[in-house]
Design a protein around this ligand. Structure first.
Ligand SMILES: [Mg+2]
Length: 268
């Protein structure tokens, strides 16, 4: 069947990754076929996961069997945090707690400095412990450093030491610092607008001419709706088929079991 692009009500696509395209190193059924069918449509991946750098995320996609995306087409919460901090304060000093990818993203724009940090940045991954919490809260309370959280997720569904597991998300890891200091964190990832805004700018499209595909109503879908981006919820992540949307949320434009069903509905 010939593809008729003009019938699509959008001209670009934003995609979440975990729970939409893969779980760990396993592709989700229909995801590779879907990616092939949108190859001709401009698209960008936006992920709240700050653990890997975009280049490492692209390698992972290729390793799983997807076509390797261009690195500039993957925007992680770690990268967005680094860009945002550099806009607040060029050559900022930071103390970061989280995976190596977070440190590397921040090092592109700022300087690691646990004695005189402007920002205490909390991301996902290992690294948080008694000593790091102590260092972080002293920087905030005694030196006026600002608390930054890469993403608000309470938990993430991924693989831990080879087994599928629920792990603490950026929101949970920032909690001890919020409790100990009485200060709120500035949060960067979805549903906050920054990741979407960077992607829309890169794609050079208006929000209402774009589709966001995600597996989490409370982050992927809600944030897109707030900006006027069209939305498709796939129920292949933590949010299962048949589960009700969180209270007060309006329905996504497409609510589908998986990408195969979305492909069919869009006539791709
Ligand atoms: Mg996801």
């Amino acid at each position: 069947m010939p593809i008729n692009n003009s019938s699509l009500p959008f001209s670009a696509i934003l995609l979440d990754m975990d729970g939409v395209l893969f779980h760990g190193m396993n592709p989700i059924d229909g995801a590779m076929d879907f990616m092939q069918s949108i190859e001709h449509i401009p698209h960008i991946f936006i992920t709240n996961n700050p653990i890997r750098l975009p280049e490492s995320m692209a390698d992972k996609m290729a390793e799983i069997g997807f076509k390797r995306p261009e690195e500039k087409h993957i925007i992680t919460a770690g990268e967005a945090t680094a860009v945002w901090l550099s806009q607040q304060k060029p050559e900022f000093h930071f103390y970061a707690i989280g995976a190596e990818g977070l440190h590397k993203s921040l090092q592109k724009y700022g300087y690691e400095d646990k004695d005189n940090a402007d920002y205490v940045v909390i991301g996902e991954g290992e690294g948080i412990d008694y000593a790091s919490i102590t260092t972080g809260i002293n920087l905030i309370l005694k030196q006026g450093a600002q608390l930054i959280s890469t993403n608000p997720d309470i938990s993430v569904d991924a693989f831990y030491r080879g087994k599928r597991a629920i792990m603490p998300g950026g929101g949970a890891l920032a909690a001890p610092f919020i409790v100990a200091t009485g200060q709120q964190a500035v949060t960067i990832g979805k549903p906050k607008p920054l990741l979407y805004e960077i992607a829309l700018q890169e794609l050079n499209v208006q929000a209402n001419d774009c589709l966001m595909i995600g597996d989490r109503p409370d982050t992927d879908i809600l944030g897109a709706q707030q900006l006027g981006i069209q939305t498709a919820l796939v129920r292949t992540g933590r949010f299962a088929a048949g589960e009700n949307l969180p209270d007060g949320m309006s329905a996504p434009n497409w609510d589908v079991e998986n990408l195969m069903q979305l492909k069919k509905l869009l006539g791709l």
